[in-house]
Design a protein around this ligand. Sequence first.
Ligand SMILES: CC(C)(COP(=O)(O)OP(=O)(O)OC[C@H]1O[C@@H](n2cnc3c(N)ncnc32)[C@H](O)[C@@H]1OP(=O)(O)O)[C@@H](O)C(=O)NCCC(=O)NCCS
Length: 365
Amino acid sequence: MRSGIFSSGAVKFFLFVFPLIFYPYSFYSRNRYNIAPLAHTPKLLFLHSFEPANSDHDHSMKTLPDGYHARALNPLESSAFAGMTYPRHRAALLAPQDSKSSVAVGVYLDSQPLALALASVDRATHAAELLSLFCQASHRKRGLGTALLVSLEEELKKRGCVCLSCVWSSGAAGAAALDRILQRCGWSPPQERMLLCTADEEIMKAPFFHPPIYDRIERAFANAQIFPWVEIPDDDRHSIDRRQNDSPWIPADLVPSLHEENIEPLTSVGVRIDGEVVGWMLTHRLSPLVIRYTCSFIRRDYALRGGIIMLYRQVIWRQSDQLPGGTSGIWTVPLKHRQMAEFVRRRMAPYLKSFAVTRGSARQL
Ligand SMILES: CC(C)(COP(=O)(O)OP(=O)(O)OC[C@H]1O[C@@H](n2cnc3c(N)ncnc32)[C@H](O)[C@@H]1OP(=O)(O)O)[C@@H](O)C(=O)NCCC(=O)NCCS
């Protein structure tokens, strides 16, 4: 097996692991897909389409303009606000009040519902997360969004919450307004968190999937056996565990057993070299047309030879060959994987269907 083919900076992102990916459904599901929520998914604040409105409000105001009033909603009142958040958060909006796991504050003009702020609450840590902030387009830029967030913070504080955080996509339409509101309300300066990537067949035009780079990878993995993960024998599972126990070689969050539930059988693969399973790419089908690349990993020595590129190509090939046409692949790249994030930004982004960065902010209550 050859080594050193990836000494150039261009593809170093694949050197270690393509880290596990938990896809923030909301961002992608907004207009294109109606994706059912799954457990263990970091939430991404919903960004609704943004339409310009008036700008004649007092910028220093954090209270509602005359005529508007805000109040914490009970489940009966909440249903009138269901259209102001996304389907996956409706359960939180309509949750019984005594569940204490979500808090919704609505703004009315007379009896007309106009704006909604929704947060989930972790009852163990008393930390809250802003899920949704929405104001009807014709009432924007009058201070409602800001006053609503302040009302939500007060409500959460009353209920014993100690902090409120949120994550949103910087490319989304309402991001600039949200940035401004958070700044005015004293939230921490937004920090970039992860890259959000969607790919279709265009990704196959990326140079690293072509000669001379890919030829070298193919030669390096000439004796690799790719197999469907659903067919992994028990012996291989035991061997993975035994080697992990003897000398950990898999980052804790990339252990395959963590991600096996409901995997997509045709596009989830393992790679066996010299009789040992040394890598995998596990995927999940989020909707008929969306495959999430949930967890990918290959042992470090093989990663150095471009093994992850080889795995990705295998999965993309299976996706286009065995699944109905037009599926997209989605994944995220935490920015702590700096080389990889750099690679995605510089080398992959031109071939992606969409590319965005999530940002996060928080404040103590
Ligand atoms: C975000 C949203 C709730 C803000 O509501 P709002 O009532 O207009 O908010 P406010 O009037 O309190 O303040 C908005 C601030 O953002 C600024 N702003 C609004 N649109 C902006 C834009 N396109 N670019 C930059 N700043 C913008 C306003 O000027 C104002 O700041 P200022 O007081 O310093 O002038 C509303 O725009 C909305 O519902 N958008 C769609 C949903 C969404 O994107 N939600 C955000 C995350 S869930």
